[in-house]
Design a binder for this molecule. Structure first.
Ligand SMILES: *Cc1c(COP(=O)(O)O)cnc(C)c1O
Length: 229
């Protein structure tokens, strides 16, 4: 008996492995985040049965409900959606990672609201790398100051950068955009940060992201299929 989600996860795992080899990345340096937003609990449980432990959610309330229902300490919850300040408490309660911090206020609240019995929350700063209007994320110009402020906060650990480029079907264009994110991380590290995470690459541009140093790829559709409306 085969489980469809195990097949999909295996296929993605093979795509990751092939890209690691092709672009001379260390074996195992690219981690798969299964983006389960808007999919039912059963989907998470299926993927969990196949050994997937890291899940990405975009809505604070939905992550809260799913975390309470699973009651599974081995699952790692990653919050990847826009953060409203009135939702930080809920996010801090469950998230091991928050990829989408783009304001100091949000980082401060997560730092204050982290439960005392849990480890520091891993944080990525989100870059609006394609300069899209009305999209989350900061510009490259704003990055040094925000990184400096966020790195000083207790209870959270600044790990790196996240970006969602404007969609492009062209591999070289995808790569150029991801290269900007990688260079921004390298620039911070030259200033003495010790950042190890590039959260970039989705179902349609994963290989280009891996070529440019992604350490976490966020994959939804290619694992779970189309999201319910
Ligand atoms: C939905 C979402 C994904 C997954 O996208 P797919 O195209 O379904 O792989 C990745 N990252 C973020 C921030 C998302 O909101």
């Amino acid at each position: 008996m085969t489980y469809p989600l195990c097949d999909q996860l295996q296929t993605i795992g093979q795509r990751i492995k092939a890209a690691e080899i092709k672009y001379q990345r260390q074996a195992g340096s690219v981690h798969l985040l299964a983006v389960s937003k808007r999919h039912p609990m059963a989907a998470i449980q299926d993927a969990r049965q196949c050994g997937q432990l890291a899940f990405g959610e975009n809505y604070a309330q939905e992550m809260h409900e799913k975390a309470l229902l699973t009651q599974d300490d081995d699952i790692e919850w990653h919050y990847i959606g826009p953060v409203q300040s009135n939702k930080t408490q809920l996010i801090a309660q469950h998230a091991h990672w928050v990829h989408s911090v783009d304001r100091l206020k949000i980082a401060r609240r997560l730092s204050m609201q982290k439960p005392a019995d849990k480890p520091a929350i891993n944080i990525c700063l989100q870059l609006n790398i394609s300069h899209e209007r009305n999209k989350s994320g900061i510009s490259l110009d704003e990055l040094p100051e925000l990184a400096k402020q966020v790195a000083q906060l207790p209870n959270i650990k600044l790990r790196g950068l996240m970006a969602i480029p404007a969609p492009s079907r062209d591999f070289d264009t995808q790569r150029k955009t991801f290269a900007k994110v990688r260079k921004a991380l390298e620039a911070l590290n030259q200033q003495g940060y010790n950042l190890d995470t590039l959260s970039m690459g989705m179902s349609a541009d994963m290989e280009a992201a891996i070529a440019e140093g992604a350490t976490i790829v966020r994959i939804g559709t290619a694992i779970f299929g189309q999201r319910p409306a």
